[in-house]
Ligand binder design. Structure first.
Ligand SMILES: [Zn+2]
Length: 475
């Protein structure tokens, strides 16, 4: 299995540290607002990767955090905490804000069929461990206290920039010089921040009453839950490679003297109609809105129709295409199930379709850095071949069984909700006939209504009148 490693910018053979096991840590959202679709895309992508690893026989310890303190506005080193700003605006406790948006995220994850993580650590529950971690970094001379705050000394860590490809001299040239900064070097970043009087979330520490910097949480929580040594996969969004992931590496590797993670797997962003999606740009969509409009199955299929490392675009066309593809898969699976129920199972051991070929192609695609669009196209090819062989009367009961068993494997990774028969797209002309009949019925023109019912029957549709209107079923 090849995985593209951001650390080396190339695909590498996946070799787990412990045979049969994978430790995976994914940077989660800062819970001061609803998730946006970029998060949805990221966590669906990580879910597919996790499920494919499980499908391949690995036991995956999957961890995702929720950031509930320390992430400052504009990802800055000084200023307001994102959660506190929201809490002050809404006059609610920041922890309540966090709980509210964590619940909202969980609703989205559940709707999108994302398997729950083994742990969802939160920095507010890790303050003691963070203080201890920082103390050890100070002892090792990688960090220093200054006026109640503690900073990581970037020049002490020569590998700084290895993930994002930034060079410290270039970073220095572009660094913003903060007035009255307590830092020895403008590139140093905060591990602990002394709180001002208005700050709500604050804790005692050996240095001041304060709160942790944003990056320290992921180092501390991954060490605590995956062990203080290298783990296999660190996932996250591309946009957080610098400074967030880079700083995680510096903190963890300075402390342990070992590589933090062997593979850095970062997903790409989602645009809206060709423009960057962002709350401040006013064009952000959250998963709830997308699911409401298009359905969760369609949104999930839309996400896996792109490779996780390519930029996605949220637009009407791409979502309509996903709707069509989900209908295509649904129709096919429903059709195969129905046909298998009707067929008499003679020729049990004869199959026309070479399933080894499809399974092999699917595995090849997924083994090549989780190439989901290619893996999907393997299934679409199977659909085409099946329909073709059906017209030649060559499909056997064993073929149908094989199709369903192959689909179950594919869908244990893709987790797509198949549309039931009655939700499949009804052609517009059929819909029109049904509406005309409804009108005729309301006008008490029963002869016309009956004749339209017969017409629908001729076209293979049964119409039923319910308290919520008519219901069409395909025969
Ligand atoms: Zn993180």
């Amino acid at each position: 299995m090849l995985i593209y490693n951001k650390l080396t910018n190339q695909k590498e053979e996946f070799v787990p540290i412990n045979p049969g096991k994978v430790g995976m840590y994914v940077c989660g959202p800062t819970v001061y607002d609803h998730c946006h679709l970029g998060h949805g895309r990221g966590y669906v992508s990580m879910d597919v990767i996790r499920k494919y690893l499980e499908f391949s026989g690995y036991e995956v310890k999957y961890i995702m955090n929720y950031t509930d303190v320390g992430h400052l506005v504009n990802d800055a080193e000084v200023g307001e905490d994102k959660l506190e700003r929201r809490a002050k605006k809404e006059k609610i406790d920041p922890i309540e804000i966090a709980n509210f948006y964590i619940q909202s995220c969980e609703e989205d994850f559940e709707a999108l069929n994302i398997k729950p993580a083994i742990f969802y650590p939160r920095p507010t529950k890790y303050i003691d461990k963070m203080i201890n971690f920082i103390e050890r970094l100070i002892e090792k001379d990688f960090a220093y206290e200054s006026n109640g705050s503690v900073y990581f000394s970037v020049e002490k860590f020569p590998d700084y920039g290895k993930l994002s490809g930034r060079k410290t001299d270039e970073l220095l040239a572009g660094a913003r010089v903060e007035i009255d900064s307590d830092k020895k070097n403008p590139l140093d970043f905060a591990l602990w921040i002394k709180a001002d009087e208005n700050h709500i979330l604050k804790w005692n520490s050996p240095w001041s009453i304060g709160y942790p910097g944003w990056h320290i949480e992921c180092s501390v929580m991954s060490c605590d839950l995956l062990g203080e040594n290298t783990f296999d996969i660190h996932g996250g969004g591309n946009e957080n490679a610098f400074p967030h992931n880079e700083n995680e590496i510096a903190q963890s590797e300075a402390l342990t003297g070992q590589r933090m993670a062997n593979y850095w797997v970062l997903w790409n962003m989602v645009n809206t109609n060709g423009l960057k999606m962002g709350k401040s740009l006013g064009n952000a969509t959250n998963p709830k809105e997308a699911i409401k409009k298009y359905g969760a199955g369609t949104v999930r299929l839309w996400i896996i129709s792109s490779h996780y490392r390519s930029v996605m675009d949220f637009n009407e066309n791409s979502l309509n295409q996903a709707t069509k593809n989900l209908e295509k898969i649904s129709k096919f699976i429903n059709h195969v199930q129905e046909k298998l129920a009707k067929i008499n199972s003679t020729n049990e051991d004869l199959a026309t379709i070479d399933f080894d070929y499809y399974q092999e192609k699917f595995k090849e695609a997924m083994d090549d850095d989780f190439n989901t669009p290619l893996a999907l196209s393997v299934f679409y090819d199977l659909i085409t071949q099946t329909y073709k062989l059906e017209t030649e009367n060559k499909i056997t009961a064993l073929d149908l069984k094989n199709i369903l068993s192959f689909w179950n494997k594919v869908n244990s990774i893709f987790s797509l909700e198949i549309m039931p028969r009655d939700k499949e797209e009804i052609p517009q002309e059929i819909m029109q006939l049904a509406k005309d009949r409804e009108t005729a019925r309301k006008d008490k023109n029963f002869q016309e209504a009956d004749s339209l019912r017969d017409k629908l029957k001729e076209r293979g549709y049964e119409i039923e009148d319910t308290s919520e209107g008519f219901k069409l079923t395909k025969n």
